[in-house]
Write a protein that binds this ligand. Structure first.
Ligand SMILES: NC(=O)c1ccc[n+]([C@@H]2O[C@H](COP(=O)([O-])OP(=O)(O)OC[C@H]3O[C@@H](n4cnc5c(N)ncnc54)[C@H](O)[C@@H]3O)[C@@H](O)[C@H]2O)c1
Length: 364
């Protein structure tokens, strides 16, 4: 069950609204600040999609939803929150402004998570003059209400305790926190995605394949393998009975040829954007973004559901977590009012000891 009593979301775009949905559907009250006059409509669209997906996951009925409040300022949004997730656009100057304000007005013990896709927490927490030690990167994947992964990254000033509490918080809302051992730009997920995306842009630009053909190559092939075993375990199996050592011996040397374009980036001009966007329009066959979101969500729920039945019913990978999460939601739904226990637990937990001096981060 969640250890969050009250959450705040700063930024309610694609990612912020996804966080709001996950939190509300776990019965947690959320206060949101987003200056976009359309924010309320956009968040409610995402909520509609998330409710629809969760109804499939927990057919017996969902927990009582948390209450959503639109605040007029960051100060108002964070005033009594014990967990704050920042999801404003990816610009360091803006992150600095917003995090400085969050830091000024949030309770000293509140944990602050940033959704940044690649900015190092050390570079962001310099703007937090009061309690930089409670900032962590909590990098999610879209749609936040369904995909469980959150990469947690601490900066030079982050207390190890803050990372521990952040892990607990994210796990309590059904997520899989993975703590990144060393702080680097773009962490792990986006390092991989960027390399694949750069290569994909070259393949389209050079006319080797269309966007649809490239997506087919992923979704009919290795994409299916990745979803259930990742990269290394799949390659272990691909090495035959001799496993990983044989696989490395066979394919390692090819990396030196190399097949790929490595760090070259295709020029991002109008011609490339038109080429990709036009092929992407053709691929969509007239389906709107909202229709595609529904298809994506249904597929994700179905995949996680299928994986939850594997491994002699114990579930495998994301399916094992999905099994536990859906059970947790069903239990929460059976117990109303939902929030009282969580509130007690949140009061008992002191995320970051405010009087402590920043400790040296553990090496490794
Ligand atoms: N889109 C993705 O797939 C994805 C995935 C993981 C992480 N992220 C990260 O999440 C963050 C948000 O990305 P997004 O895709 O949701 O962007 P977005 O453009 O969809 O949403 C950003 C929102 O922030 C609001 N905003 C702007 N200034 C603000 C301010 N001063 N205070 C509060 N809100 C403000 C905007 O009105 C907008 O609604 C970025 O750091 C991004 O790198 C994005």
């Amino acid at each position: 069950m969640s250890i969050i009593n009250k959450a705040a979301a700063i930024g309610g775009g694609v990612i912020g609204a996804g966080w709001v949905a996950r939190l509300l559907l776990n019965g947690i009250d959320v206060s949101i600040f987003d200056p976009d006059p359309e924010a309320s409509r956009k968040v409610s669209e995402v909520m509609k999609g998330a409710r629809r997906a969760y109804k499939q996951m927990v057919p017996g009925g969902l927990p009582k939803e948390g209450k959503l409040t639109f605040a007029k300022t960051i100060a108002e949004a964070v005033a009594d929150a014990d967990f704050i997730q920042e999801s404003v656009p990816e610009r360091l100057d803006l992150k600095h402004r917003v995090l400085a304000e969050i830091d000024l007005y949030a309770p000293a013990n509140a944990i602050v998570g940033s959704s940044t896709s690649g900015i190092k927490p050390t570079d962001m927490q310099v703007a937090m003059k009061k309690h930089p030690e409670r900032l962590v990167v909590g990098h999610p994947f879209n749609p936040v209400y369904l995909l469980p992964l959150v990469e947690i990254v601490g900066g030079e000033q982050t207390f190890p305790e803050a990372i521990e509490v952040a892990k607990e918080i994210y796990a309590s809302i059904g997520m899989k926190p993975v703590v990144i051992r060393k702080e680097i730009e773009a962490f792990v997920g986006d390092r991989l995605l960027e390399a694949a995306w750069r290569e994909a842009l070259w393949l389209i630009k050079d006319g080797i394949c269309t966007v649809e053909e490239l997506d087919d190559i992923m979704r009919y092939g290795f994409g299916l393998r990745w979803a259930q075993m990742g990269m290394f375990q799949v390659y272990r199996v691909a090495g035959g009975e001799a496993g990983m050592r044989h696989f490395m011996a066979q394919f390692g040397p090819c990396l030196k040829w190399p097949w790929t374009k490595l760090m070259d980036v295709p020029e991002f001009n109008d011609e490339l954007v038109d080429l990709i966007a036009t092929q992407s329009d053709d691929q969509a066959h007239g389906l709107s973004i909202r229709e595609l979101e529904k298809i994506r969500d249904d597929n994700l729920v179905a995949i996680m559901d299928a994986l939850s039945k594997q491994n002699k019913g114990k579930g495998w990978g994301a399916g094992a977590l999905h099994k536990d999460y859906t059970k947790q939601l069903a239990k929460l739904a059976a117990k109303k009012p939902a929030a009282s226990r969580a509130a007690e637990k949140a009061k008992a937990s002191k995320p970051v000891k405010k009087a402590e001096k920043p400790k040296k981060k553990k090496k490794g």
